[in-house]
Structures are given as structure tokens and as C-alpha cells.
Design a protein around this ligand. Sequence first.
Ligand SMILES: Cc1cc2nc3c(=O)[nH]c(=O)nc-3n(C[C@H](O)[C@H](O)[C@H](O)COP(=O)(O)OP(=O)(O)OC[C@H]3O[C@@H](n4cnc5c(N)ncnc54)[C@H](O)[C@@H]3O)c2cc1C
Length: 40
Amino acid sequence: MKIKDENIYFTGDGAGKAGNIVTAAATGIVASRNILENYK
Ligand SMILES: Cc1cc2nc3c(=O)[nH]c(=O)nc-3n(C[C@H](O)[C@H](O)[C@H](O)COP(=O)(O)OP(=O)(O)OC[C@H]3O[C@@H](n4cnc5c(N)ncnc54)[C@H](O)[C@@H]3O)c2cc1C
């Protein structure tokens, strides 16, 4: 998740659909890929 028009992402346990470390890490990957796509 990301704030519209702001470079603030929500990742990890609180932003994930399930409370586990795999989901927390996966949301970090999704945000990282989005950042790389938008700022390359
Ligand atoms: C008892 C227990 C057992 C678990 N067992 C498993 C398991 O077997 N397998 C599994 O997949 N998941 C397990 N989990 C869930 C897993 O630990 C979490 O989903 C995962 O650690 C979440 O990662 P995160 O990075 O989102 O949050 P966290 O690991 O909570 O990291 C958040 C970080 O932010 C820091 N922080 C907080 N507020 C601030 C602030 N204001 N400023 C700066 N830093 C701040 C904290 O100090 C912390 O380092 C378990 C959880 C618990 C509680």
C-alpha cells in the first residue's frame, strides 16, 4: 500500500493480509519493486 501522491509505503505485518514473516517480507518486495519501477 502507498499513500497517493506521496512516497510513503506501508509494508510488513500491519500491511499484510496474514500475520507471518513471509507475508511481511513479501509486502516489502512488492514495495521495493514499485519504487524501482518508478524511480529508474
Ligand atoms: C510470538 C510470535 C511468534 C511468531 N512466529 C512466527 C512464525 O513461526 N512464522 C512466521 O512466519 N511468523 C511468525 N510471527 C509473525 C512475525 O514475527 C511477524 O509477522 C513479522 O516479524 C513482522 O515483521 P515486520 O517487519 O512487519 O514487523 P516487526 O518484526 O514487528 O518489526 C517492526 C520494527 O519496527 C520498529 N519500530 C516500531 N516502531 C518504530 C518507530 N516509531 N520508529 C522506529 N522503529 C520502530 C520495531 O522496533 C521493529 O524493529 C510470530 C510473531 C510472534 C509475536
